[in-house]
Design a protein around this ligand. Structure first.
Ligand code: FES
Length: 287
């Protein structure tokens, strides 16, 4: 039962996995204790069994005793064979199944190694304006790895450049979200695999698939999406902005550089990241 709960927990949550592991350990301990208890034979009493009934009252005192059991005979051979067979079976089963399970499961938990991406100098991002930036995560994979982010400079916050970088993956089913507003296509620039399209004015983002709507901070305002739009982390190096790992957001309080972002590990579209509903979704490997 513990193993079953562990397996269910791997799909549902780490908490359930921990409970399953505890159950497995507790019952495993009891099982081993049961196997090993009672195996040490108690030395036979000096008195014949009949003496308990009184019928053996006539039995000669100091009659024949049960033979004393030598210490080396206290552990029955049958019990030893039973335990050693189980143990050997377990070891062999582990040796055979562990590599297979490892090869199946481990790759999903290994770091996939997406590198930070230089999307251009800070001067390409005027304060308060969204720029639609597209770039390839891995140029060797070509266009299939192209991603889109809506990048807005919020000016300086505490002496550091502040940016809002919103992913265009809809939080409903992952369709490409579009800016609700005008793009300044004539001002588009290209540098390597990066394309920057300035916007004239946008009032939010909309999804063409099922009508999901978001405000300029990526908060869901209407439609079926279950959370805010994901965001990208970023870093500034040598006057350039580098897009880093994406993360999920339940919602954002405030705007621009003062916004308080409620950040979560990246989740798949359609998944709640907080609240009771989040318990219904399986643990995700890093992606
Ligand atoms: S995929 Fe965006 S609303 Fe459904």
């Amino acid at each position: 039962m513990g193993v079953v709960v562990v397996l269910v927990g791997l799909i549902v949550s780490w908490l359930i996995t921990g409970i399953g592991a505890l159950i497995a350990l507790a019952f495993g301990f009891l099982w081993v204790r049961d196997l090993t208890s009672g195996t040490a034979l108690v030395e036979a009493p000096d008195v014949a069994p009949e003496s308990a009934t009184g019928a053996a009252a006539a039995a000669p005192v100091g009659g024949p005793k049960s033979p004393a059991i030598a210490p080396e005979d206290r552990y029955p051979r049958s019990k030893f064979l039973e335990i050693s067979t189980l143990g050997l079976g377990g070891v062999l089963g582990g040796l055979v199944s562990a590599p297979a399970i490892g090869f199946m499961v481990a790759p999903a938990f290994l770091k996939q190694g997406v590198k930070d991406h230089d999307i251009g100098p800070l001067t390409s991002f005027p304060d308060g304006k969204f720029i639609v930036a597209t770039f390839m995560l891995d140029a060797s994979q070509g266009e299939v790895s192209r991603r889109t982010a809506f990048v807005r400079s919020n000016g300086q916050v505490n002496g550091q450049p502040s940016f809002t970088i919103i992913s265009n993956h809809c939080a409903h089913l992952g369709c490409p979200v579009q800016p609700n507003g005008l793009l300044d296509n004539a001002a588009t620039t290209h540098a390597g695999d990066v394309t920057l399209i300035p916007t004239v004015a946008i009032v939010g983002f909309g999804c063409p698939c099922h009508g999901g709507q978001y405000d300029v901070e990526g908060n869901r305002t209407a439609g079926p999406p279950v959370r805010a739009l994901d965001r990208y982390s970023f870093s500034i190096r040598n006057g350039h902005i580098f897009i880093g790992k994406p993360f999920s957001v339940s919602h954002v309080d405030g705007t621009g550089g003062d916004a308080k972002i409620h950040k979560w590990t990246l989740a798949f579209p359609g998944e709640h990241v907080n609240g009771l509903e989040s318990w219904l979704y399986p643990i995700q490997p890093p992606h």
